[in-house]
Structures are given as structure tokens and as C-alpha cells.
Design a protein around this ligand. Structure first.
Ligand code: MRU
Length: 402
């Protein structure tokens, strides 16, 4: 069976997303018709995963502009390049504020802003005969649409490339002859988090496709439960042998199973290799180092933020306290509503006051794993390892050499 896609574009202008708050029990598509709805879907985590949120934000811009270009009469903001810029630039800023940690969202919005500002400047500097203001605005809108659609789908091919690069690298590292590898992953990095195949989950899929995987282990990943709700669904859909563990069981797993690697995605990687990823990744890295298990980050080069020297510069999102006090899912034993859907519930697992008391909950959505604990960073262009005796990576050099 094919893995579920987080975003499906029905035609040029219509975007549907799978509401990930309801998975794995209900597959409900939500139509995203406006930029505000895209912002809300990202902020409320109906869609999540670093590449996927960059894709949705970009596609919502494409859809808005595409409808505007086709409308009769056209909206006022298409009267000139300047009015288009005045309308779109704040929307890009606004989408960027939906979630701060993943570099992809900001990078996507900056890419679109660059297309916009360069085209506006080119129009201002053009010599005679001048293109009319309206035609120029429409041409710029079409350029932005093309770039946004590119962003919306370009990571799938990169995911396939990096999964092969990383999978072959690990296979060689363990001696090449070893056939069956056990790996642990954290969070969800598959099709639901990307435009397809996945990063760390792509790596696991590749090992499975090559007949090299014994078993994928994955943490539940509280409090949103990306592992138990989403990674489990994807692994089962792909028929990959897998075992879920609670977040508290990583140390025990490493003590009792022969593990070959921890493989995770990334929301942002600093120049020295320090990596922000889902909360709990750092715990797994510390334990992997203690047990001498390879710790591998798999992410596109667009997740590397060369403007940030180390992890201390990565903004970490803190989610609302109440989210850590609730568990979301279906009733068990199941009961069904009139539409035949399993009834969903959110269960409070703390005294009510905990989520409402100032300082009552600590709920960072991500942590930073220091480069020192990372064995390799795999992108679509390179497998970076540290130089002998060094505690950090040199990702600027890797980028220049790639
Ligand atoms: O809060 P989320 O679910 O958006 O966090 C996602 C992660 O941390 C993923 O591991 C990361 O974005 C990589 S997705 C390919």
C-alpha cells in the first residue's frame, strides 16, 4: 500500500491536507483555501514536519496567486508590481511566524520573497518599451507560483538520494557483510512530514528495500505522539518490521538489543552540526554515545542553516502547556459515530490546574543534540563525518566541496 501523503493538490488551485491531529484513526482531508488557513493548520499542527510545513506555506501562496491571476476582474493587488509586493510580502512574513524552529518554513518564504523583490526591481529598471504594470504583476505572480510549486515537491527526490547515500554508508560502516540492521528513530519523518519517501524514515525504508533491515524501533514521542500515531501508521503501511517503545525505554532497548544506529531527521542544523530535532532526540543521542551506537542525522541541505554557528542560535518553539497535559486518540474499546468513524477523545492526564498554572509545565517542542554526539550528517549531497579528534562538523566546507 502507498504511504499517505500529507498534501494533495487536486487541481491548480486546490490544496487538501490530511488532518494529522486525527491520525491514525480517521483519515480526514481538510481543504486549505486561504493563507490564513494554511497558517492555522501549521500552527495547530494539523500538518507538521519541517519540509511539509514549508511546502504547505508555499503552496498556499501559489494557490492564492493562481486564483487571482485567473479571476475576472483581477484583484487590485495585481494592478502593478508594487501593489503585488505590498500584498504578498507581509503574507510571507506572516506564514513564517507560524512555527519558528524548522528552518524550511523561513527558507521557503525567503525564497519566494527573493523571486518577488528581484522581479519588482527588474521591472523598475527596465528600459523602453515598458511592459504594462498589470502584465508585469501577472508575470511576477506566475514566477512566484512556479517557485512555490517547486518548493512544494522538490524534497521527495532529495529524500530518495539521501536515503540511499546514508543507507549504503551505514551498511559499509558495519562491515558490509552484516545483513540485518536494527535501528531506532524518533518522531515522524516519513511521507506525512515531507513531500514523499521521508528523511530518517526514508533511510529505514531504503534499508528495508535492500533487505538489510531487521527491525525499526521508534519512540512514541510524547506529547504529540508523532511516533505512536504517525510513524507506526507509515511503517505498517509499508510493511516494515517495527516495534514501538515508550520514550522512557530507550536506555533499556540499548542494554538489551543489538542496535546498529539511531536515525533521526532535523528541523535545523547549525554550521557546526548541532542539530535541533523533536524533543527526546538529545536523550537518545546521549544514550547512543554511552552504548557506542552510531547516531545519524538525515536531512536535506535546506535544513542546514549556515548562518547559525552553533545550536545556541537555534530558536526553540515552546508549545502551549495544555498540549503536554492531554493525550489524543480514539476511545478504547472503540465506539463509532453516525458516520462510522471511531470516536476521538482528548484525555487530561494531569490535575486540571497543571496546564493553567504559571510555570506548571515545561513543553519545548524540540531539543538540540550537540555535534559531539552525532556520528554522521547525511544530506542529498554528502555524508559528513567529523575529522579525527574534532567535536564538530564543518558544514560550510561540506557545502562548498559538494
Ligand atoms: O513538531 P513536528 O512534528 O513538526 O516535528 C517534526 C520533527 O521534529 C521531525 O523529526 C523533523 O521535522 C524532520 S521531518 C522530515
Amino acid at each position: 500500500m502507498d504511504a499517505l501523503k500529507s498534501i494533495r493538490t487536486l487541481d491548480q488551485d486546490k490544496i487538501d491536507i490530511v488532518n494529522q491531529l486525527l491520525l491514525p484513526h480517521i483519515i480526514e482531508y481538510v481543504q486549505i483555501e486561504t493563507i490564513e488557513q494554511a497558517h492555522d493548520a501549521i500552527k495547530s499542527m494539523k500538518i507538521r514536519g519541517a519540509p511539509a510545513i514549508g511546502s504547505l506555506a508555499s503552496l498556499s501562496i501559489a494557490s492564492t496567486l493562481s486564483s487571482a491571476v485567473k479571476a475576472t476582474p483581477r484583484p487590485d493587488f495585481l494592478a502593478s508590481p508594487a501593489s503585488l509586493e505590498a500584498y504578498i510580502a507581509p503574507k510571507l512574513e506572516y506564514l513564517f511566524t507560524a512555527r519558528p524552529t524548522a528552518v524550511n518554513l523561513g527558507a521557503a518564504m525567503r525564497r519566494l520573497a527573493k523571486v518577488l523583490s528581484q522581479a519588482v526591481t527588474a521591472h523598475q529598471q527596465q528600459s523602453e518599451p515598458r511592459v504594462s504594470d498589470t502584465d508585469a504583476a501577472v508575470a511576477i505572480a506566475n514566477d512566484i507560483i512556479a517557485e512555490a510549486k517547486l518548493i512544494g515537491g522538490e524534497d521527495k527526490a532529495q529524500n530518495i538520494t539521501m536515503s540511499k547515500l546514508g543507507g549504503d554508508w551505514l551498511h559499509k560502516r558495519v562491515g558490509g557483510s552484516r545483513k540485518y540492521l536494527n535501528v531506532l528513530t524518533v518522531c515522524n519523518t516519513g511521507s506525512l512530514a515531507t513531500s514523499g519517501y521521508g528523511t530518517a524514515l526514508g533511510f529505514i525504508t531504503y534499508l528495508h528495500e535492500q533487505g538489510l533491515l531487521e527491525r525499526a524501533y521508534y519512540t512514541q514521542t510524547a506529547p504529540y505522539h508523532q511516533g505512536s500515531r504517525l510513524t507506526s501508521l507509515e511503517l505498517h503501511t509499508l510493511s516494515i518490521p517495527s516495534t514501538m517503545i515508550c520514550d522512557t525505554m530507550v536506555g533499556s532497548l540499548f542494554q538489551h538489543k543489538s542496535m546498529h544506529a539511531v536515525v533521526v531527521g532535523a528541523d535545523r542544523i547549525a554550521r557546526n552540526g548541532d542539530t535541533a530535532n523533536k524533543i527526546g532526540t538529545y536523550n537518545a543521542a546521549v544514550l547512543a554515545a554511552r552504548h557506542k551506537i552510531a547516531f545519524i542525522v538525515v536531512a536535506p541541505t535546506s535544513s542546514v542553516d549556515l548562518s547559525i554557528a552553533d545550536g545556541s542560535g537555534i530558536p526553540i518553539e515552546h508549545r502551549p502547556p495544555l498540549e503536554a497535559c492531554l493525550v489524543r486518540g480514539a476511545l478504547h474499546p472503540p465506539s463509532y459515530d453516525a458516520a462510522g468513524h471511531k470516536v476521538q477523545a482528548q484525555v487530561l492526564i494531569t490535575p486540571g490546574a497543571v496546564g493553567e498554572t504559571e510555570g506548571g509545565v515545561y513543553n519545548p517542542s524540540f531539543d538540540v543534540t550537540p555535534a559531539e554526539l552525532i556520528t554522521a550528517i547525511v544530506t542529498e549531497k554528502y555524508v559528513a563525518v567529523k575529522r579525527e579528534g574534532e567535536a564538530s562538523f564543518e558544514l560550510l566546507r561540506e557545502a562548498e566541496e559538494a
